[in-house]
Write a protein that binds this ligand. Structure first.
Ligand SMILES: *Cc1c(COP(=O)(O)O)cnc(C)c1O
Length: 381
């Protein structure tokens, strides 16, 4: 029998328009930093998010987080609160600065940071005589976290809030874009994010002064135009023009990518509804709007004997369908096992029982039906 074509978890979707846009940058010799494409990409991002806040295009989301933490003034041995259920890049920049991450568990409604454990953690840090220097909160898989409640807590204790919206471009809470609730918001345009610039990211600053400093730090803190003088130890974090050109055309496709991702989510919702003991991760109510970057399911081990996320992953793999576990909580990673953690086993259970299903915006109806058949086959046979 002919082997079916492999269905990937999420591939970047590159269009004819993308080729035209990148070619334009090449022909104009705007391949490197600066130039009209970067400025234009920043303007278009502002329009997309519907904000007057300054946005700085960078060469990765990780760089954006590093800059945000630098701007808050985080320094060696400071404590930085961080959501445990996330990709490792949410925490690594804390370590770059010699600060110590304090990990916080998730809650059951949005599967993101628990406001209750957050309060416990802050109170405990205060009792030990140290106010945390910053908070990194994440909208995992595009699902907005309880951002309003979290922002209130951060503001009550005067802790700078950094919103990691790397996966959440286009997601909203009460109709306001994710990445605009904190003092800093970050986006990523890596290969498998909802739009891609090849590699890239952006930093959104509430204060114009911070934005100016971020821009300066991102370009090696160079002063003047002609010489090589620098007034601080900066970084090489700016976005090249070539990437911005791709970003310009990708942004035009953002709405269609979101529509495709949401349709995939609602397709899975119908399939999963037929399978007892399996749940699709979704927004708790209408205040939340998710781009559903990746569709994730969770298996109830009490109801499903002899079935597991690992079993399903292998079964799908045999059918040439790629799936992936949810984030391994950061406090359980070897590199972070000695750091503080506040919470229970919410994120840990999600990791053990969850699976991300293929969610690329280029999936066809044929692909989706193949996945549906494989899912039903696994759970009912
Ligand atoms: C992708 C991602 C990042 C990092 O972005 P890069 O552009 O890959 O550096 C940070 N946080 C989260 C939650 C991400 O998914």
């Amino acid at each position: 029998m002919l082997k079916p074509k492999k269905i990937a978890l999420a591939l970047p979707q590159i269009s004819e328009q993308d080729t035209v846009s990148v070619n334009e940058a090449l022909k104009a010799n705007w391949v490197t930093s600066g130039g009209p494409f970067v400025a234009e990409f920043e303007t278009k991002l502002k329009e997309t998010l519907n904000t007057s806040r300054s946005i700085i295009a960078l060469n990765s989301g990780t760089a954006a987080l590093h800059l945000a933490l630098t701007l808050t003034g985080v320094k060696r041995d400071d404590l930085v609160l961080c959501q445990t259920m996330s990709y490792v890049a949410s925490a690594n920049p804390i370590q770059y600065l010699g600060a110590r991450p304090v990990f916080i568990d998730s809650e059951q409604d949005t599967f993101n940071l628990s406001p209750n454990y957050l309060k416990t953690a802050i109170e405990d840090c205060l009792e030990k005589g140290k106010l945390p220097a910053a908070l990194v909160v994440v909208h995992s898989y595009g699902l907005p976290c309880k951002i309003e409640e979290i922002a209130k807590i951060a503001s009550h204790y005067k802790i700078p809030l950094i919103e990691d919206a790397a996966e959440a471009l286009g997601s909203r809470y009460k109709n306001k874009s994710c990445a605009l609730f904190g003092d800093y918001g970050i986006l990523s345009f890596n290969g498998n994010k909802i739009i891609t610039t090849g590699g890239g990211g952006a930093l959104i600053c509430k204060s114009a002064e911070d934005a100016q400093r971020a821009r300066h730090l991102a370009s090696q803190s160079k002063i003047g135009q002609a010489g090589f003088e620098h007034d601080a130890v900066g970084f090489n974090y700016t976005m090249p023009g070539l990437n911005a050109a791709l970003g310009m055309s990708q942004l035009k496709a953002l709405n269609s990518h979101i529509e495709a991702k949401r349709n995939i989510h609602f397709f899975y919702k119908e399939v999963i509804a037929q399978i007892p003991g399996v749940e699709l991760l979704e927004v708790p109510d209408d205040s939340y709007y998710s781009n559903y970057w990746l569709s994730c399911i969770r298996l109830n081990s009490q109801l499903l004997k002899n079935k597991s996320s690992e079993g399903l992953r292998k079964f799908l793999e045999q059918h040439e369908i790629e799936s992936r576990f949810l984030w391994k909580p950061l406090h359980l990673q070897g590199i972070y096992e000695n750091q503080e953690f506040y919470g229970g086993d919410v994120a840990e259970n999600l990791w053990k029982s969850g699976l991300c299903l293929p969610s690329g915006s280029g999936l066809t109806a044929f692909d989706l039906n193949r996945i549906k058949d494989a899912l039903l086959d696994y759970f009912f046979n």
